[in-house]
Design a protein around this ligand. Structure first.
Ligand code: NAP
Length: 301
């Protein structure tokens, strides 16, 4: 066969298997839970508050409860009706804040309309805020102080470090600037000594900026927003998006089929960032239990 008629080979990206990485993380957490129980008589406890009847939230909460039990933690789920008042939730959080058996508290979002989420989040004891969304933990992240870090951004960093342990000097572009994902992932990338550019809905010429990225993190919520020509050949692409198509399929924010022909490494959706979120939540619960008992926080990962 001559070079002229040989079909050009397009290198395919290596898939970053979030399910496998999350499984390893949960196994490591399970071992730390065993040490806490055996050596320190501490059984880490995670309390999850679910208000209302949103089916997706109910599934997420069941998964969190199951995952907590699988690593040997105590899981407390408080399922409250849709018409629960803000005062009732605040009262429950005060009880959980005071309960020594509870080391982590998570309030499943979104909350029903009558509840102000910001008021609820700031009532959680920052030491038990395993979602890392309390303003004190956000400030700690900004100030490079120890604290509880939001789970999905932490999961993104763990995934990229399975590809390259030292991220120093890499240019990371984050698309999305939410409190939940975009902003904290940017902060964590700065901690890793990356040069960070954040893009959002008002950023002109995103494709051009994205093409400069060694690491591209996409957390927007728009199916297949990122096309192949937005990606630098060989880049690490982390797709945080979870979108349901009209056909009921779950897809990310990245056009996976096209981008995986250009990127070096890519997370699939589902099976990429998603499984890491719960694993990191369990990791945060162990960290919270250690800090509350003045023990050194283990490195989990
Ligand atoms: P969000 O609060 O709605 O934020 C979306 C961000 O995307 C905003 O900063 C917005 O910019 C930006 N944006 C919107 N349209 C854009 C466009 N055309 N070009 C560039 N930027 C644009 O969403 P989120 O909570 O961060 O979640 C993002 C996605 O991640 C969703 O699909 C969500 O379901 C998923 N998610 C997944 C996990 C997981 O466990 N895998 C966890 C959390 C979230 P402005 O700020 O200018 O409006």
């Amino acid at each position: 066969m001559t070079m002229a008629n040989k079909k050009q080979e397009v290198p395919a990206a290596q898939i970053i298997d979030g399910k496998a990485v999350a499984k390893k993380l949960r196994e490591s957490i399970k071992r730390h839970v065993e040490v806490l129980i055996e050596d320190h008589k501490i059984l880490p406890g995670l309390a999850v508050v679910l208000v209302g009847d949103d089916p997706a939230s109910a599934i997420y909460v069941n998964n969190k409860e199951k995952a907590a039990k699988e690593v040997g933690m105590r899981g407390f789920v408080h399922r409250l009706p849709q018409n629960t008042s803000q005062d009732e939730i605040l009262k429950l959080i005060a009880q959980l804040n005071a309960d020594k058996k509870v080391h982590g508290i998570l309030v499943q979002m979104p909350l029903p309309k009558q509840i102000d989420s910001a008021t609820i989040l700031k009532t959680i004891d920052p030491a038990k805020d395993v979602d890392g969304l309390h303003i004190e933990n956000m400030g700690r992240l900004m100030a490079d102080l120890p604290g509880l870090v939001p789970c999905t951004p932490m999961g993104c960093i763990v995934l990229m470090k399975t590809i390259q342990q030292n991220l120093t000097g890499l240019h990371a572009v984050v698309i999305g600037r939410s409190h939940l994902v975009g902003k904290p992932v940017g902060q964590l990338l700065l901690r890793e000594n990356c040069t960070v550019t954040t893009c959002h809905s008002r950023t002109p010429n995103i494709a051009h900026i994205a093409r400069e990225a060694d690491i591209l993190v996409v957390a927007v919520g728009k199916p297949k927003l990122v096309k192949a020509d937005w990606v630098k050949p060989g880049a690490i692409v982390i797709d945080v998006g979870i979108n349901r198509t009209d056909e009921g399929k779950i897809v990310g924010d990245v056009d996976f089929d096209a981008v995986s022909k250009v990127a070096g490494y890519i997370t699939p959706v589902p099976g990429g960032v998603g499984p890491m979120t719960i694993a990191c939540l369990l990791g945060n619960t162990v960290a919270a239990a250690c800090r509350q008992n003045e023990l050194t926080v283990p490195h989990i990962g």
